[in-house]
Design a protein around this ligand. Structure first.
Ligand code: GAR
Length: 226
């Protein structure tokens, strides 16, 4: 029987090494002829929105033209005010159906002449009105390794299922919720003593890395399509 390969030099993955569990691996950040014009949608704290904004100040060749929030006064709106990003409130409670809300979103994004839209913690189901207007140009971030744990409270679902590994996924939005083509994923371990908050925080740290990277990758396609 052949001897097992000597793996004694390989240490268990701890600390910073966990950052390696991103696919596709992060390489050189693309530069475009002109910076990519982005629209962003958020419902809650807005940490992914801010991570995206921070990336535009560094290696992501893009500008956030407008943030849309559906919850007035949410954390994302406050961050936009602090960062000097235009923020429009489209409170879903003011619309009679999802399509009308999405029409308002499309109008906002068209007026801002964005080339792609990022759902950075948007907690409403979107309709073909938005998806069709930004076909292949609408990116969502979800806190699980899709196709596992689609839908609401993916972190809670992972804890309940007892998985040892979960993560986050940036993907293109298609008609069926949380099923569109994957752009980038990062794996995140579940520790024995994790609760919802500690696991969410670990996942968030990876979301903040893969979302800008996914935008950079898709931006190349969008620019090539013109
Ligand atoms: C993120 O974890 C994101 O993946 C999740 O909401 C959180 C928003 O956090 N999105 C979904 O669950 C969408 N299905 P943030 O407001 O701090 O960016």
């Amino acid at each position: 029987m052949p001897a097992l390969s000597n793996t004694s030099h390989r240490k268990p993955m701890v600390g910073q090494d966990l950052d390696a569990l991103v696919t596709p691996a992060q390489g050189d950040w693309p530069r475009y002829t002109t910076p990519l014009r982005l629209g962003v949608m958020a419902s809650g704290s807005g940490s992914n929105f801010e991570a995206l904004f921070a990336a535009t100040q560094q290696h992501l060749d893009a500008t956030i033209e407008v943030l849309v929030v559906n919850n007035p006064g949410c954390g994302a709106q406050l961050r936009a005010e602090r960062l000097g990003v235009d923020c429009i409130v489209h409170d879903h409670r003011q619309y009679t159906n999802r399509e009308d809300l999405d029409s308002a979103l499309v109008s906002t994004f068209e007026a801002a002449q964005v080339e792609g839209v990022v759902m950075a913690g948007w907690m409403r189901i979107v309709t073909p009105v938005l998806i069709g207007a930004y076909q292949g140009r609408l990116i969502n971030i979800h806190p699980s390794l899709l196709p596992s744990f689609r839908g609401l409270d993916a972190v809670g679902q992972a804890l309940k299922a007892g998985v040892r590994l979960t993560g986050c996924t940036a993907h293109i939005v298609t008609a069926e919720v949380d099923t569109g083509p994957v752009i980038a994923q990062a794996a995140v371990p579940v520790m024995d003593n994790d609760d919802h908050q500690s696991l969410s925080e670990r996942i968030h740290r990876q979301e903040h890395r893969i979302l800008p990277w996914a935008v950079a990758l898709k931006g190349r396609d969008w620019k090539a399509q013109g």
